[in-house]
Design a protein around this ligand. Structure first.
Ligand SMILES: [Zn+2]
Length: 137
């Protein structure tokens, strides 16, 4: 009379089975530190630059930021490359490269993390979020 079909129905109900974050490898994210005392976000620091606290916890950035400063470097490289300071949404600043024409990166441009570690230089690589609609001429 009783059929053991309940277990199938329970699985179909969709209980979350993944304990780990299934999205992307951890290498494609920038880890930063946040001061547990004052909440300041920082990158590659040992002490909080604001309150000099050493009680920092590591957090993972969403990978979205804004270009604060951008320069084109011609030195020691066959092709000009872009070096930018990116202020991340979490509030810390990281140095990296923005893909695209080196002269096409401007302060205020919104970027998203593309690669956390460049295989050559080990620096983060970003891409522009907004397509450059502005006229180039
Ligand atoms: Zn602090």
């Amino acid at each position: 009379m009783y059929h053991h079909s309940g277990s199938v129905a329970q699985q179909a109900a969709g209980s979350p089975t993944g304990l780990l974050d299934p999205r992307g490898p951890a290498t494609e994210a920038i880890l930063f530190q946040r001061c547990t005392w004052c909440g300041t976000a920082m990158y590659h620091r040992v002490l909080c630059p604001v309150c000099r606290g050493s009680d920092l916890r590591t957090e993972r950035s969403e990978g979205v930021g804004t270009v604060r400063h951008s320069t084109v470097v011609h030195r020691n490289t066959p092709a000009a490359r872009n070096v930018s300071l990116i202020e991340m949404a979490e509030g810390f600043v990281v140095r990296g490269r923005v893909m695209g024409p080196p002269i096409g990166i401007h302060s205020g441009d919104r970027v998203r993390l593309s690669t956390a570690k460049d295989p050559v230089r080990g620096e983060p690589v970003f891409q522009l979020i907004d397509e450059p609609y502005r006229a180039w001429t």
